[in-house]
Design a protein around this ligand. Structure first.
Ligand SMILES: [Zn+2]
Length: 84
């Protein structure tokens, strides 16, 4: 029974720690977010709503193609076509 309490207490402490870790900031709009994804235009880590805005841009497909082409050429450090 004592073990049960110890496990529960540890789980609570861990979940609090994880929450603190999840306070990431979007590098584009600066808002706090629980999930970030890399921009297709540059190496910024951005939030989901910024990513959605990015996907609506007319030049998004160009950015995707440039990224795929760079990877096809073995360039895994491609920094994107640049966010304008
Ligand atoms: Zn954002």
């Amino acid at each position: 029974m004592l073990n049960f309490f110890i496990v529960t207490a540890t789980a609570v402490v861990n979940s609090k720690r994880n929450k603190a870790k999840m306070n990431m900031k979007c590098q584009r709009c600066g808002k706090e977010t629980c999930a970030t994804i890399m921009s297709m235009f540059n190496t910024e880590m951005i939030c989901i709503s910024c990513k959605e805005d990015e996907q609506k841009r007319p030049d998004y497909q160009d950015a995707v193609k440039a990224d795929e082409m760079a990877i096809g050429q073995g360039n895994f450090n491609f920094r994107g076509i640049g966010f304008r």
